[in-house]
Design a protein. Sequence first.
Length: 109
Amino acid sequence: MALQVHDMALSIVEALVPIMPLIQRHDRALSVQLRTAASSMVLNIAESEYSDPGNKRARLFNAAGSANESRSAVRLAVAWGYIKNERAAEVLARLDRVVAVLWKLTHGP
């Protein structure tokens, strides 16, 4: 499941590519924070794949936090009017799925 969530997280970054310039045009700091959080999400998932069980869980928790931060940054960009809700809907749906999978991976058996 971790490999699948890694691919899902990468697809989020790909989906963010066209909306990042729109956010950056209005709020450079928010775009940097979103880029950092999305990258952290992917990289923590990747790091978890080759970690011992305790570190694996910690990296997945970090990834979940970064995914939630990414989701909040996109929602904030919509709230500020930097991007339209319709433009953000697919990215937000993907982020919701990644957060759900990471929840299962961190809170499951």
